[in-house]
Ligand binder design. Structure first.
Ligand code: F6R
Length: 617
């Protein structure tokens, strides 16, 4: 949500900012803007719409010279998406300018005070209130920009990642973070710096970066080391300078039409990367430091509570089946947003597993903070290394899926399931709730999954054809049971978020308790009917759909003959253990949504209203 890309140094800032904003488009946004500082003047352009609209506006309005500047993509919270509400925002004097990700919750109270002191406001945003508060403090207390920012931030309630520039001190930026990420790229000999929401805007310029922690601010001044301090305590912090592993290739489309398709096709490699070095099939070992170091906690836990949102929540539901079946540990799966406000009963015998691709989802993050306060041990399953949830967790395991840029989660889901399967197996063996031979069979089968995923990608054309038949349907139903009930939910979510077709996922047996009323000859129903999971029961459900003339797209195990005779379309998955089928059944459902959305001309990688990283609640 919202993106920041800035530069201060000796190069032309414009291409760095504009390309940076393009790389951050995946985060989701509805308007864009930037400033360039040149010849003692701030040039500010902003617009509702895409970064390409901003480029067009810039070419009409300003010259793009300047070695200092920053840009922003805004996902509207306070104030509708329009040119005026877009960032950057000036202060009253127009000496200061700000970009901001997040929400200032007490902005209205501060605004009323500032209005009484003569400030005027052009926009409806909380951000314009913040920059005027900074200016008010700077003037009233007669302090430098950094101090003014610090004092202002101590007055606000909310979340932020900000970059502030002062025209009267044009060799520095002040940045700060609370609840929304900010990375500072450090150029050679401190001659140049980059600020961004993640490292993608500056990856070709430097591999050295500081990620601010929550509650920290930094003064970035050309020719000097970055100074980081704690906003509340005012103490200086010695920041870790990390060496970035990200490569340019990883964040480019690599010949695919969309990031989503690239990421679907990356799954064999992503799954392999996830278990590589952890799953040693010949030795019969699963090595995961975060579990090994806390094994007793896990094996004696009263229960595991999984917190997550969206697709990650679906991975959590798969994990519920895995942990209960294989490791015999009771599991509850919670939406971060509900859990955090529910006053749940948590003890120090509970383990909370947070699942998050971005590691920044505000509700999941708040949920684990609360769980920690109540004494739970928190284990994070994140993709983004060094993300807030990863840092907040007591221990964890990264999914190693590589950057996921398409807003619709694909490889994040299958790699989350991979990590969670390894944990379930490890705990199952440690607790003796799974036999050694079953454990070995799982490891051997797991090793074959990437090849099987590849074989499913090879039927892409067939799935596209099925999509072309149903692309104009207005409703879809997805049904599955057991391990594949969460896959039905995930299939429906994928379709609705990128094609805007209404879709619902249901446990197949629940169909009779409501959704069956929707079924007629216009309703496509995707049914997952693999051969081991309650197969006969699902076949009965398929018969019931058939009797009501619904159109059946069935995902079955290779060699199935029964469903073949009933369904309108068959998609076959290779045989595997029932618990591992979600890793396979998901693939054709991802492809189906992708093709339907493309055929409908939708913006697959950046669906309307959605953000990749949901950093506000
Ligand atoms: C769906 C999707 C979202 C995310 C959700 C949680 O395709 O991408 O539903 O799964 O916003 O995000 P993370 O996993 O980053 O916490």
């Amino acid at each position: 949500m919202c993106g920041i890309a800035g530069y201060i140094g000796y190069r032309d800032a414009y291409p760095i900012i504009i390309n940076g904003l393009k790389r951050l488009e995946y985060r989701g946004y509805d308007s864009a803007g930037l400033i360039l500082y040149d010849k003692e003047t701030i040039k500010l352009v902003k617009t509702k719409g895409k970064v390409s609209d901003l480029e067009e506006k810039i070419s009409d309005e300003i010259s793009v010279s300047g070695k200092i500047g920053f840009g922003h993509t805004r996902w509207a919270t306070h104030g509708v998406p329009n040119d005026v509400n877009s960032h950057p925002h000036y202060s009253e004097s127009e000496n200061l300018v700000i970009i901001h990700n997040g929400i200032i919750e007490n902005y209205d109270t501060i605004k009323q005070v500032l209005i009484k002191r003569g400030y005027t406001f052009k926009s409806d945003t909380d951000t314009e209130v913040l920059i005027n508060l900074i200016e008010e403090i700077k003037n009233k207390e007669n302090v430098k920009l950094g101090k003014a920012v610090q004092l202002a931030l101590n007055e606000v309630v909310g979340a932020y990642a900000i970059t502030v520039f002062d025209k009267t001190k044009p060799d520095e930026f002040v940045v700060a973070r609370l609840g929304s990420p900010i990375a500072i790229g450090i150029g050679k000999d401190n001659k140049e710096f980059f600020v961004a929401s993640d490292a993608s805007p500056f990856i070709e310029y430097t591999k050295n970066a500081i990620y601010l922690e929550d509650g920290e601010m930094a003064i970035i001044k050309i020719g000097r080391e970055v100074r980081v301090r704690n906003i509340k305590s005012d103490s200086l912090v010695n920041p870790d300078v990390l060496e970035l592993k990200l490569s340019l290739e990883q964040i480019e489309k690599g010949g695919y039409d969309h990031f989503m398709l690239k990421e679907i096709y990356e799954q064999p490699k992503a799954i392999t990367d996830t278990y590589r070095g952890r799953m040693l099939v010949n030795e019969g070992l699963i090595k995961m430091a975060g579990i090994d170091d806390n094994l007793q906690k896990f094996t004696t836990a009263n229960r595991i509570i999984i917190v997550a949102c969206g697709t990650s929540w679906h991975a959590g539901l798969v994990a519920e089946y895995l942990f209960e079946d294989i490791a015999r540990i009771p599991v509850e799966v919670e939406y971060g947003s509900e859990f955090r406000y529910r006053n749940p009963i948590i003890t120090d015998k509970d383990i909370v597993i947070a699942i998050s691709q971005s590691g920044e989802t505000a509700d999941t993050l708040a949920a684990i903070k609360m769980a920690k306060e109540k004494g739970a041990f928190v284990f994070g399953v994140c993709n983004v290394v060094g993300s807030s949830i990863a840092r907040e967790s007591d221990a964890g395991a990264y999914t190693h899926a590589g950057p996921e840029i398409g807003v619709a989660s694909t490889k994040a889901f299958t790699t989350q399931i991979t990590v969670l399967t390894l944990i379930a197996l490890k705990l199952g063996l440690a607790k003796g709730s799974i036999s050694k031979s079953a454990y070995h069979t799982y490891l051997q089968e797991m090793e074959l999954i990437p090849k099987k995923v590849e074989s499913l990608l090879a039927i892409n054309d067939k799935v596209e054809k099925i999509g072309s038949i149903y692309k104009n349907a207005t409703n879809f139903l997805y049904l599955g049971r057991g391990f594949n009930f969460p896959v039905a939910l995930e299939g429906a979510l994928k379709l609705k978020e990128i094609s805007y077709i209404h879709a619902e996922g249901y446990p197949a047996a629940e169909m009779k308790h409501g959704p069956i009323a929707l079924i007629d000859e216009n309703m496509p129903i995707v049914v997952i009917a693999t051969n081991k999971g309650h197969y006969e029961k699902v076949v009965s459900n398929i018969q019931e759909i058939k009797s009501r003339n619904g159109k059946i797209i069935a995902v079955v195990t290779e060699g199935d003959t029964t469903v073949k005779g009933i369904a309108d379309h068959i998609i076959e998955i290779p045989e595997t253990e029932e618990a591992l089928t979600p890793l396979l059944t998901t693939i054709p459902l991802q492809l189906l949504s992708y093709h339907i959305a493309v055929m409908l001309g939708k913006n697959v990688d950046q669906p309307r209203n959605l953000a990749k990283s949901v950093t506000v609640e």
